[in-house]
Design a protein around this ligand. Structure first.
Ligand code: NAD
Ligand code: UDP
Ligand code: UDP
Length: 325
């Protein structure tokens, strides 16, 4: 609820995760009161440690599949494991998180009148037949494969968001996020950027799946969060979906080589099986984000990788020191 002094209260579900913790930082810095709700499935207290004593920050251990009664002006719904290793660990819970979680946060938005952002994903396009992917493309998703719990859960969440918008007038904003990287990624979550950097820093082999010719487009976290904030600040009601990602496209093999070069590592590249339903290529068409939000990413891959490498280097050094102690 808007405070007597005019500041607003913002709920961030999944706020102790990689993207959520950066978002909480920015919202607190902007003067908002932030309620971070997280069940700590993949998120950690370390990510938000520095905020815990802040007077405008509040942490709730909460699972979004359970209803939540709080008074808020804005909601960012980020709760959901994002890496294939994590979301395939308990696929039923992944779908529940996306679908029942969406129903609960939308019910909350309906009751409070809060504007609500949904962290959707490029995975709604599946293994895309169109390249680069515009928002009008309906996707090519396997409904029964090992990735489906995530992809179809997120697609159903988009359906729910649009139906709450059309049926009840809830002010929704759907952002389709493409691969994002940066400090506070989980070191063992199996995502490609964290895997390659950790392997390179430890001098272990770099595991390229398939031939490494599949492509991805990597967005630095600060750019992405800037896109979230611009979208939510739009005065015109615009539900989206809007693609949020960096259109620079790289093969996975070229990413491996770049990480080796930037870390100065002696690691060699090894090849492993390509996971089932791994999309062959992915790049956002961000024309809509440019037009509607006047937004485009600023951080080039090499620059963002250097910052991420510095983060993991410190993390691994700290972990080694704790083990030695
Ligand atoms: P993350 O795993 O670091 O963060 C997810 C957070 O949600 C964690 O803190 C986790 O503990 C929490 N969570 C999971 N299930 C929950 C539940 N049932 N109730 C409450 N909290 C729960 O992942 P991330 O990269 O920060 O992703 C955040 C959001 O952005 C996710 O919704 C993800 O699908 C979306 N997204 C991320 C990317 C990316 O590249 N990082 C790309 C597309 C979409
Ligand atoms: N809900 C919630 N917090 C609120 C309001 C609703 O968690 O402040 C939940 C509610 O428990 C329900 C869901 O959101 O499970 C959907 O709410 P809605 O009002 O759309 O449906 P209904 O309560 O009529 O089933
Ligand atoms: N990948 C890889 N080696 C790894 C981890 C991932 O080659 O150690 C590949 C993976 O097969 C995919 C790409 O990198 O083609 C991106 O994988 P990630 O899990 O980061 O994201 P997503 O597949 O969800 O885009």
């Amino acid at each position: 609820m808007r405070k007597y002094n005019g500041s607003s209260t913002v709920l961030v579900t999944g706020g102790a995760g990689f993207l959520g913790s950066h978002l909480c930082d920015r919202l607190v810095a902007q003067g908002h009161h932030v309620i971070c709700a997280d069940n700590f499935f993949t998120g950690t207290k370390d990510n938000i440690e520095h905020l815990l004593s802040h007077p405008r920050f509040e942490l709730l251990r909460h699972d979004v599949t359970v209803p939540l009664q709080v008074e808020v002006d804005e909601i960012y719904n980020l709760a959901c494991p994002a890496s294939p290793v994590h979301y395939q660990h308990d696929p039923v819970q992944t779908t529940k998180t996306s679908v029942i979680g969406a129903i609960n946060v939308l019910g909350l938005a309906k009751r409070t009148g809060a504007r609500i952002f949904q962290a959707s994903t490029s995975e709604v396009y599946g293994d895309p037949a169109y390249h680069p992917q515009p928002e009008g493309y309906w996707g090519n998703v396997n409904p029964i494969g090992p990735r489906s719990c995530y992809d179809e859960g997120k697609r159903c969440a988009e359906t729910l968001f649009f139906d709450y918008h059309r049926q009840y007038g809830v002010d929704i904003r759907i952002g389709r996020i493409f691969n994002t990287y940066g400090p506070r990624m989980h070191p063992n979550d199996g995502r490609v950027v964290s895997n390659f950097i950790v392997q390179a820093l430890k001098g272990q082999p770099i595991t390229v799946y398939g031939k490494g010719q599949q492509t991805r487009s990597f967005c630095y976290v600060d750019d992405l969060v800037d896109g979230f904030l611009r979208f939510m600040a739009l005065e015109d009601t615009y539900p989206g979906p809007i693609n949020l990602g960096n259109p620079g496209e790289f093969t996975i093999l070229s990413l491996a080589k770049q990480v080796i070069e930037l870390t100065g590592s002696k690691s060699r590249i090894v090849y492993a099986d390509l996971p089932v339903d791994d999309p062959a290529r992915r790049r956002p068409d961000i024309t809509l984000a440019q037009e509607k939000l006047n937004w485009e990413p600023k951080v080039q891959l090499a620059e963002g990788l250097k910052k991420t490498i510095t983060y993991f280097d410190k993390l691994l050094t700290r972990a080694a020191a704790t083990q030695d102690a």
